[in-house]
Design a protein around this ligand. Structure first.
Ligand code: ADP
Length: 413
């Protein structure tokens, strides 16, 4: 074993300098650690002789170090699985925190693969040892001082790669925590405002009916009970919407794709809806009539319900045209109403959770969750949803669903 701390004026040859520069570029540009290590190994090999290169990393929350990446590219490449990979060299390097060298005593009659020359370099960032980079030569030659210096340069960059990975993971965790905190804030805001309103009605009318000092006539009782019934329905719808939106947002919902014939689908869904929306004239054009999409039936019903329901609420007494047709990029479905339209400054917010257009929402019940839910559902189908609107002319919601059968979805996913 040899300790070498002497890093006096280091002279790199032009090709070595170029290799180190290329490696530093890979570290700053490549997001995938495995692919970066693959490239770095390849480039290092052009300027540094070695048969094997192994990165040992500290196991999370444990004191042990395990090989994270190992490549046999020189001698012994064909029998990589049987080779010694340098566990001992890694342990020594990590324990000492210093350059480690162990060279076999050459015996000409012995298999070269049993005569390893190990060079171990500690990977250090911000004063912490995160692992070791081990180079192995089978049957020599010895590592020169210049080669050790070069290997140290390479190790610095490899350490940087892992430091970056750690930072990216830390940021992703923080983002997830922040998102969760935001969701909780949203939830509290929602519960304290929207859910309280119907609950207030239910409580108020029930208490009134139960008053012992007043005898309500049958008609008034029925009127109050109808209000309680409607508000309870509203409350349950809101809770359902809220739960759907949270489930969809968390990405835990699996879309159960099946072939849906759009003509049959719209006939059945609108059959249910139109009796509830008498103030809307609905026209459906499906071209060709056997047009199909691969989608989750239950969630697509929800999308159609929300869009038709919105047209009825915000564009009452208008004409709603639903069109579906093929496009090269997928199946297009449009919902075009002839209502009052949406002001342009609201269009960019319309699919956000809880957003309601101030000019359109007065006196109209809603939670601002319907379009958010539609977007989550369409996103989960790898589709797109967007809106176009012109004041006094009307609003069109556009949906584009990819035309791909379930087998391909499964393959891609
Ligand atoms: P909600 O209907 O519960 O308020 P949505 O997310 O379904 O929530 O819709 C968000 C807002 O978009 C609505 O509050 C309404 O102001 C506006 N909006 C939706 N559809 C239309 C439409 N067809 N015409 C005009 N405004 C609409």
């Amino acid at each position: 074993m040899m300790n070498d701390k002497t890093q006096t004026a280091i002279q790199l040859k032009p090709e070595e300098l170029e290799a180190v520069y290329t490696i530093s570029k890979i570290v700053s540009q490549e997001v995938d650690v495995d692919s970066a290590l693959e490239k770095i190994t390849h480039i290092s090999r052009q300027v540094l002789i070695f048969d094997n290169a192994v990165v040992y990393l500290k196991e999370k929350d444990r004191m042990e170090f395990e090989p994270f990446f190992a490549r046999a590219i020189g001698r012994g490449k064909k029998m990589a699985y049987d080779l010694p990979w340098g566990d001992e060299a890694a342990n020594e390097t990590i324990n000492s925190g210093d350059v480690y060298i162990r060279e076999a005593k050459l015996e000409p009659d012995k298999d070269r693969l049993e005569q390893g020359f190990y060079l171990g370099l500690p990977m250090i960032t911000s004063g912490n040892i995160l692992g070791a980079l081990i180079f192995i030569r089978f049957g020599g030659p010895s590592y020169t001082k210049e080669q050790i210096n070069l290997a140290q340069f390479i190790t610095t960059h490899v350490s940087q790669l892992f430091e970056q990975k750690r930072l990216v993971e830390t940021i992703a965790n923080l983002e997830a925590e922040r998102r969760l905190a935001r969701l909780q804030d949203d939830f509290i805001a929602m519960v304290s405002h929207d859910l309280k309103t119907p609950l207030g009605f239910i409580k108020g009318y029930t208490t009134t009916l139960l008053r012992k000092d007043t005898d309500w006539d049958k008609e008034t009782q029925l009127e109050f009970l109808t209000i309680i019934d409607e508000e309870a329905d509203r409350l349950s719808e809101m809770i359902e919407n809220l739960l759907d939106s949270y489930k969809l947002k968390s990405g835990t919902i699996h879309m159960d794709l099946s072939e849906i014939n759009l003509s049959v689908f719209f006939q059945s869904v609108l059959g249910h809806i139109s009796t509830q929306e008498p103030n809307l004239e609905i026209e459906v054009e499906i071209e060709p009539s056997e047009l199909v999409v691969y989608a989750d039936h239950k969630w697509m019903v929800q999308v159609i319900n929300n869009l038709v329901n919105n047209a009825s609420k915000y564009a009452p007494n208008s004409h709603l045209t639903i069109r579906a047709y093929y496009k090269p990029e997928g199946v297009k479905i449009e919902f075009k109403d002839t209502g009052p339209g949406i002001p342009s400054n609201s269009l960019q917010h319309i699919f956000k959770r809880f957003y309601r257009v101030p000019e359109r929402s007065a006196g109209v019940r809603g939670t601002g969750l319907g379009l958010f839910i539609c977007k989550q559902i369409i996103d989960s189908h790898q589709g797109e949803i967007w809106v176009e609107s012109e004041l006094e002319k009307g609003t069109t919601f556009h949906i584009l669903l990819p035309y791909s059968p379930p087998e391909e979805e499964a393959k891609n996913g």
